[in-house]
Design a protein around this ligand. Structure first.
Ligand code: ZN
Length: 502
């Protein structure tokens, strides 16, 4: 290990331990903690977070970073950790601490205000808070731009916080391509949607049997129960401490079979990524996914490209029918495959299907761009939102809770985050096309043999953690940078084939 880097290690070890405690609290709050616990627990969380920041952001670490910037004999892991730390410094340091604290207080309060406004269908209740959050964000962007003396666009700075290198220039091309190709496809599919009978999905599915089947499903995909657990939460998610402690959740609904199934597959995709991160990287700042988009690329690959294919269900469908013999008595594999791929434009992003999903993201992206690049009037956002839904998806929200207020992200200050979801869909399609080239993927899926698939993903993507960027991973694996054409080709082929005879 580099001598100067060695001096940084105690700080990193302490920061990791504090962060692990924060992650566990977060996990506990979502899964096991009693309802009344949150207010008092919040004090412990606050103390731990401020300790965490002090451990990373201080003059000793700053000096070490400066020294290390001139060193040339660093390993990939050391270089990645430095880059990550430097990024945290560059985004936090230019902001006056008093302002930063006030902002933290604001986004701690905002989700409750948002939730109340959403429950009352009243955007005006949330608008003043949203305006305040956006004003802070704009101010912080100014500080950061001044400090870096760079000429970057304000919204690019926010995008870069989540997905390095994916600027508006790149995303505009991606999203314009999508709009041009997907909107006509949605119209075709929408005309035929009533020909698909999906009533089987809403029958009686006892929760204990669902849990049993979902555990088997995760195991089928390669989820290692010695290094992972599955619990329940309202919104499914994945969290992890290191590659030997990866936790996912699922939400079960008595009268909806596929909801839990596809969230289990999705979160298992995230979990496999974390379980496969190299032992030398895990439990360090280099031991996470390459980017949010690459992480979502893994979950979507499993959920959609694999999980909604006919091949995938060949070895599983009989077991599913045996688990729910009455509710699935009259449903055969082909009916089920059409059902799980039924597409219909809707209002709610989290309930949307594979085909329409990215349009929900485009709408949020275009609005965020208007906010940070064109000073859009925050009071007019609901009208802008509704117009875009009408134009792209042909639907209009009846109220704010199924429109502008549906997502929590803006209340948490997460601007620039949404595009990662759409990038994840496109990255998944690109990896899927590549896997089909390098291995007999259909045969593996049909025989339920995930081992060679997981080995390949581990060797070419997962084990590198953050030491490679998303584009580096794609380039080294398939000789090509991010290319959204794969996603468009995949959707066109899939939906034209599925809907051909309807
Ligand atoms: Zn995800």
């Amino acid at each position: 290990m580099n001598k100067t880097f060695e001096k940084l290690t105690p700080w990193l070890t302490k920061a990791y331990a504090l962060n692990a405690a924060l992650i566990l609290f977060e996990w506990d709050n979502e899964t096991e903690a009693p309802e009344a616990a949150s207010a008092l627990t919040a004090h412990a969380i606050e103390t731990l977070s401020s300790e965490y920041y002090k451990t990373i952001i201080n003059n000793d670490v700053k000096k070490l970073l400066k020294q290390l910037a001139t060193e040339t004999n660093l390993t990939d892991k050391e270089r990645t950790i430095l880059k990550d730390l430097q990024k945290q410094y560059d985004s936090l340091e230019p902001i006056p601490p008093v302002k930063y604290q006030a902002y933290q207080g604001l986004i701690a309060r905002a989700p409750a205000i948002w939730a109340k406004a959403k429950a009352s269908d009243d955007y005006r209740m949330f608008a003043p808070t949203l305006k305040e959050i956006i004003e802070y964000q704009k101010e912080f962007i100014d500080y950061r731009l001044k400090a870096s003396k760079g000429k970057r666009r304000p919204y690019d700075l926010l995008l870069d916080d989540y997905e390095e290198g994916f600027t508006m220039q790149k995303l505009d091309v991606f999203f314009e391509m999508l709009k041009e190709e997907i909107i006509p496809l949605i119209q075709m599919v929408n005309e035929k949607k009533d020909k698909i009978d999906k009533s089987y999905n809403y029958r009686d599915y006892p929760l204990n049997l669902q849990k049993e089947f979902n555990r088997k499903l995760a195991k089928h995909l390669g989820f290692d129960f010695k290094r992972g657990v599955i619990k329940e939460s309202v919104h499914p998610f994945t969290t992890n401490l290191h590659n030997k402690d990866v936790r996912i959740t699922t939400a079960y609904h008595e009268n909806n079979l596929e909801s839990a199934i596809f969230s289990t597959i999705h979160e298992s995709g995230h979990a496999l990524y974390e379980m496969h991160i190299g032992d030398e990287l895990t439990a360090t700042p280099a031991g996470g996914g390459a980017s949010m988009g690459m992480h979502e690329g893994q979950s979507r690959l499993f959920e959609n490209n694999f999980g909604r294919s006919r091949d995938f269900w060949v070895p599983l469908f009989q077991d599913l029918k045996d688990t729910f013999p009455e509710s699935l008595a009259d449903t055969d594999l082909d009916t089920f495959i059409l059902g799980i791929n039924k597409s219909a434009p809707g209002l709610i992003r989290t309930e949307s299907d594979e085909l329409t999903y990215s349009l929900h993201i485009i709408i949020r992206y275009e609005i965020e761009k208007m906010i940070f690049e064109k000073n859009a009037d925050i009071d007019k956002l609901p009208d802008i939102w509704n117009k875009k839904y009408k134009e792209y998806l042909g639907v209009t929200p009846k109220n704010a809770s199924e429109g502008i207020l549906q997502d929590i992200h803006w209340a948490c200050g997460n601007f620039g985050y949404f595009p990662s979801y759409a990038l994840g869909n496109a990255i998944a399609a690109q990896i899927y096309a590549h896997l089909k080239q390098v291995m007999p993927l259909d045969d593996y899926l049909k025989s339920g043999n995930f081992q060679p698939i997981n080995e390949y993903l581990k060797d070419h993507i997962h084990r590198f953690g953050k030491t490679k960027t998303t584009n580096e991973i794609l380039r080294d694996m398939m000789g090509e940078d991010f290319n959204p054409q794969y996603y468009i080709d995949y959707l066109k082929e899939k939906y034209e084939t599925l809907y051909r005879y309807l």
